[in-house]
Design a protein around this ligand. Structure first.
Ligand code: XMP
Ligand code: MG
Length: 180
C-alpha cells in the first residue's frame, strides 16, 4: 500500500504500523497475559497520556478479572542519587501485595520506566511487570526486564495511536514515523 503522509507542526510523518498490525500484536500480548494472570486479579497501571489507546485496546482483550488505574509522571524532575526521577502522580490504589502490570506507550532510554519501577517496588507489590507497546532496544540504557512487548522498533521518532509530537498526533489511528 502507498504510504500516507501527515504533517504535524513542522515535520512530515509516514505510515509505519497500521491499526490492524497494532491490534494483532496487542491480541498476542492479551493472550499471554490471560494465561499468566489467571486467578491473580492483576492491577494494570496505565501511564498517561501516551498509553491511553494501548490501554483501552489491550484491556478489551483481557478476559481474566482485573482492575485498571491511571497514573501520570510529573513533568518536572527530582534529583535523586540515581539521577533524574519523575514523580508518580495520581496513584490512589493500594498496590501492596497486588500483581501490577505497568502499561507504557514507548520505552526509549528506559529512564522513565526505571524510576517508575523503583517507586512502585517500594510499595511492595506481589509482582511487577511491564507491557510496552513499543520499545527502542538500541536506545535502552538500563537492563530492564520487559515481559510484554508489542513491537521493537528502530530509533526513529514515531507518533499516533496515543503518541504525540509536541502535543498533537495522539488521535491518529495508525503509527507514523518521522520522514528524515
Ligand atoms: P525514556 O527515554 O525515559 O523515554 O524511556 C520514554 C518517553 O519518551 C517519549 N518518547 C517518545 N514519544 N515518540 C513519542 O511520541 C517517540 O518516538 C518517543 N520516544 C520517546 C515518551 O513520552 C516516552 O514515554
Ligand atoms: Mg509515555
Amino acid at each position: 500500500m502507498e504510504p500516507r503522509i501527515v504533517t504535524l507542526h513542522d515535520s512530515q510523518f509516514s505510515t509505519y504500523l497500521s491499526e490492524e498490525e497494532i491490534i494483532a500484536r496487542i491480541q498476542i500480548l492479551a493472550d499471554q497475559i490471560n494465561q499468566d494472570y489467571e486467578g491473580k486479579n492483576p492491577l494494570f497501571l496505565a501511564v498517561l497520556n501516551g498509553s491511553f489507546m494501548f490501554a483501552a485496546d489491550l484491556l478489551k482483550r483481557v478476559t481474566v478479572p482485573c482492575e485498571i488505574a491511571f497514573v501520570r509522571l510529573s513533568s518536572y524532575q527530582n534529583m535523586q542519587s540515581t539521577g533524574k526521577v519523575k514523580e508518580v502522580l495520581g496513584l490512589v490504589d493500594d498496590i501492596k501485595s497486588r500483581h501490577v502490570i505497568i502499561l507504557e506507550d514507548i520505552v526509549d532510554t528506559g529512564h522513565t520506566l526505571k524510576g517508575l519501577e523503583q517507586q512502585l517496588l517500594e510499595k511492595e507489590p506481589a509482582s511487577l511487570e511491564v507491557a510496552a507497546l513499543l520499545v527502542k532496544p538500541e536506545c535502552l540504557q538500563h537492563p530492564l526486564e520487559l515481559k510484554y512487548i508489542a513491537k521493537n522498533i528502530p530509533n526513529d521518532f514515531v507518533v499516533g495511536y496515543g503518541l504525540d509530537y509536541n502535543g498533537i498526533g495522539r488521535n491518529l489511528r495508525d503509527i507514523y514515523k518521522i520522514v528524515s
